[in-house]
Design a protein around this ligand. Sequence first.
Ligand SMILES: Cc1ncc(COP(=O)(O)O)c(C=O)c1O
Length: 462
Amino acid sequence: MSANNTQGRLSADAKAALLNRMRSTTPGGAAPVAAAATPHYDTSFATLPGFEQLKLMHAATNAFGIPNPFFRTHDVRAGATSVIGGKEVINFASYDYLGLNGAPEVMAAAHGAVDAYGTSVSASRIVAGERAFHRDFERELAAVYGTDDAIVYVSGHAANVATIGTLVGPRDVVFHDELMHNSAIVGTQLSRAHRRWFAHNDLDALEAMLAADRASYGRALIVVEGNYSMDGDAPDLARLVDLKQRYGAWLMVDEAHSLGVLGTRGLGIFEAQGIDPRSVDIWMGTLSKTLASCGGYIAGSKDLVDYLKLSAPGFVYSVGLSAPATLSALTALRLMLQEPERVARLQANSARFLAAAKAAGLDTGAADGHAILPVIVGDSLKAVVLSNLMLDRGVNVLPIIHPAVPNKAARLRFFVTAAHTPEQIDATVNILKEELPKTDAFIRKLAFAGISDMLEGGAGQG
Ligand SMILES: Cc1ncc(COP(=O)(O)O)c(C=O)c1O
């Protein structure tokens, strides 16, 4: 039977044939037949969980001529515009919120850092990698939050994994929002602490969990984001502070998408909601977004930072942040503070995009209009197809699909920045409005062929 029989439906036989064809072209994919007396140990990567579904999906999208929207290669520095495949596009796929990646001062700081210190500090900070610029940067980060100190790691993901993995263990519990970023979840899993998650921003549910279970554990950590990376909405920080105080827990807030975005000076959720930042135990952030660099940080009390600097494996056993990464981020932080008009421009652009999208009847989910703008299309393949149609029309925006979000919550995610012009925003929403209906016919064809249902399932983050 052919993959496209007269009905256009991909039968079970056709799917199996597709898989067999893939296995035969995958090195190591065909499982060797074990000799009778030799135990069979699986050494194939192709039998790892999820591998078959992934390959099947690729084969199916290839069969239907749908280009892969991931790993698109940019030919230049990606800002409000970029060049992909030799063609200039409006770019909504980079979280350079204040347009500081490429700012002359930031570039000069990176060049100067390379000239003075080279491209690497060539050791963990604890053993020969420490430089004065590390401490300067940590002090200035701590000043943002009014905390005693801060610690910088070589990646934001590593900052969450290493910090959570160091602070809690098997007797402890971590409560987190169901949409919490993967790095905090992986940190919790590796720590072997108990893990409890609550429905997105449902602090009544969190309180019920704390009331019912808090007493069963040693230490408790509540982890949330200040501006959620998939939905662009914020939790009620005052209530979280109250809960952590009443139930004897630490509160950790991941500000990856809040720094430079929320509050009139871009200081983040505490500024936007008028909360004393010292009432949060652990502030976390990344250098890869507003700060136009690469790395992550934790700000908090002296005890916390001292402890992490001696105990967190991702810090102790990993190289120190390089000079260009540190000094470009430090310069970006100073520019953020000196030029609040960048923050104001980002906020105006975000509000404009949200209002235009709503006026066009697009589903923007729970977005508050703070830099992250989801346009929910409700089907992973539809999101992929729409992303490709947008690129054809000169707009680069990436789909977020299962398992990053449930299939029914699949979306295009727009990162709005201070560098976008009102014209770019208006043109994009108009193109979106025109292209979205074109996906329906395509999706009907795929659904009929039995492709779409392969992608059904729950969120991978929780
Ligand atoms: C909420 C959140 N936390 C942590 C990270 C990890 O940061 P980085 O990419 O800088 O390692 C990300 C990355 O996108 C994020 O969105």
